[in-house]
Ligand binder design. Structure first.
Ligand SMILES: NC(=O)C1=CN([C@@H]2O[C@H](COP(=O)(O)OP(=O)(O)OC[C@H]3O[C@@H](n4cnc5c(N)ncnc54)[C@H](OP(=O)(O)O)[C@@H]3O)[C@@H](O)[C@H]2O)C=CC1
Ligand SMILES: O=C([O-])CC(=O)C(=O)O
Length: 271
């Protein structure tokens, strides 16, 4: 039975990130319960959902906002609008992991504001957005980010296909892209959500500069960031162990779980 004071959480997409969040909610997060999921093919996920202690309802994407106070989007970015729009229209909170998709749908922020909804972007596979948020209260002069991924983590990216770049036979690191976080998100929608999150925490997608490297010498998704602000200069780095989806670092799901834990926790640490 659901405690009426519990926040109901619904998850859209049960892939590498969504299944971890569903499992954590099912095992228990203070004050939260898993109320619904949306999947493309229910039959494929039947065993997983049936194996949960309290199996959630399975609802169409656009209806999960009805069954939840918080909707967690962890599907491909092409589905972001279909998931977030109905939720924020109903005044719900939407946790967005496909944050690159927000740039082309930024009106959702206005829609959320007009209806009392919220859009929450977790730190995800990155580090230090608390410091970037704080520095942005003052003046940030520049934010630069360099991402290196193993070949398997980059395969299929539109930028690579459109430019006909062969990364399969690389022996040395190859710089694929240099430009703004906005342009990077277009070329690598499943690879640089982190750069967009960084940009939204700091100086925006047009001023945040980034490089993307295909690197056969690394086994992890490596992100290095340099921030120059009036309050501080800082460098940050993270080397993510890929999950079963080689494009996605394992820490991404953990970051969402940490964000969910904060919704009702008595002790909250970090901004
Ligand atoms: N913010 C960040 O730091 C990071 C964000 N990401 C982003 O997070 C998102 C999820 O990543 P990840 O879990 O690894 O991806 P996966 O590919 O592992 O999972 C995506 C899931 O979405 C499901 N899906 C696809 N279309 C629909 C639909 N129409 N309705 C419902 N479900 C659908 C897929 O279903 P099926 O199982 O049937 O294929 C799959 O289960 C991606 O956009 C990724 O780029 C990733 C890493 C870091
Ligand atoms: O997991 C990572 O290292 C980053 C990632 O895929 C993304 O930002 O989309």
């Amino acid at each position: 039975m659901t405690d009426r004071n519990e926040l109901r959480v619904a998850i859209a997409g049960l892939g590498s990130i969504g299944t971890k969040i569903a499992t954590a909610l099912d095992q228990g997060i203070e004050g939260l319960s898993l109320s619904a999921v949306a999947v493309r093919d229910p039959a494929k996920h039947q065993a997983f959902i049936g194996g949960l202690r309290r199996p959630p309802q399975i609802l169409p994407l656009d209806q999960i906002g009805e069954a939840a106070d918080i909707v967690v989007e962890c599907a491909p970015s092409s589905q972001l609008r279909a998931i977030v729009e109905p939720a924020v229209k109903r005044g719900r909170a939407a946790v967005v992991v496909s944050v690159g998709g927000l740039l082309d749908n930024f009106d959702l922020v206005d829609l959320a504001r007009a209806n009392g909804g919220r859009i929450l972007v977790p730190t995800g596979a990155l580090i230090g957005l608390d410091a970037v948020n704080a520095a942005a209260v003052g003046t940030i002069h520049s934010v630069k980010m360099v991402t290196r991924k193993p070949i398997d983590g980059l395969k299929g990216a539109p930028f690579i296909i459109q430019n006909n770049i062969d990364i399969d036979n690389l022996r040395e690191p190859l710089k694929l892209f240099e430009g703004s976080a906005r342009e990077a998100a277009k070329g690598f929608p499943a690879n640089v959500n982190v750069a967009v999150a960084l940009s939204l925490a700091g100086i925006g997608p047009d001023r945040t500069q980034m490089q993307v490297w295909a690197d056969p010498t690394v086994a992890r998704n490596v992100h290095r960031i340099e921030v120059e602000a009036d309050s501080a200069r800082f460098s940050m780095g993270i080397e993510n162990v890929p999950s079963e989806n080689p494009k996605t670092g394992m820490i991404t799901a953990l970051s969402v779980i940490a964000l969910l834990r904060k919704q009702r926790a008595t002790l909250c640490v970090g901004t």
